[in-house]
Ligand binder design. Structure first.
Ligand SMILES: [Fe+2]
Ligand SMILES: [Fe+2]
Length: 196
């Protein structure tokens, strides 16, 4: 880490850990999407493709800040354990919950204390977007556990559907025009990506 001042050492370590987490989440969700398609759960596949895209936005944002600190964003991608879609959803929710309750709040506290504003911003955006993922996974798990997979039972799990992803912060929603602007980063809604 030559060239990195001691002042930034911990923030940089945290950025690299977050980059690794997001990169592996992206790989996981992409594999989980393929599995959901295989199981005829096209709506869940759409959700995983949308969240995979959001994690890609997070890892790109983290990588930019890592670059500004003079380091390289590199990490190991672990082999993905693909199980049933219900188990995959639970694993995904577990990952999000760790990021929301533990990882990002800790990283944010450190970056805020040191007034590292770029790190604060990328951590805040990721934290807020992960909450939308946790909400959507929770809903999908409840429907799947209730055996509701087809549209006749009022479920969205069986049919491909649109999700709206903020290309700046990764905020994810199933509601068209949910807001005028992204509630996290204020990007106008018309700039959102539609992912199916
Ligand atoms: Fe996420
Ligand atoms: Fe946003």
């Amino acid at each position: 880490m030559s060239g990195i001042t001691a002042e930034y050492t911990i923030t940089l370590q945290n950025l690299l850990a977050a980059f690794e987490g997001e990169s592996n989440a992206h790989a996981k969700y992409s594999a989980f999407a393929a599995k959901a398609d295989e199981e005829g759960l096209q709506g869940v596949a759409s959700l995983f493709r949308a969240t995979a895209r959001a994690e890609q936005i997070h890892l790109t944002n983290h990588a930019k800040v890592i670059g500004h600190l003079g380091a390289r964003a590199e990490c190991e991608i672990h082999p993905v354990k693909v199980k049933s879609t219900l188990e995959n959803l639970k694993a995904a929710l577990g990952g999000e919950t760790y990021e929301i309750d533990t990882m990002y709040p800790g990283f944010l506290a450190e970056a805020t204390e040191r007034n590292h504003t770029e790190a604060v911003r990328t951590f805040t955006w990721a934290l807020e977007a992960e909450k939308t993922h946790a909400r959507l996974y929770t809903e999908a798990i409840a429907l799947l556990e209730a055996g509701k997979t087809d549209s006749g039972s009022g479920s969205w799990l069986g049919d491909a559907r649109d999700f709206y992803v903020c290309p700046v912060c990764g905020y994810t929603s199933e509601v068209p025009q949910e807001h005028e602007r992204c509630p996290v980063c204020k990007l106008p809604w018309e700039k959102f990506e539609v992912i199916q």
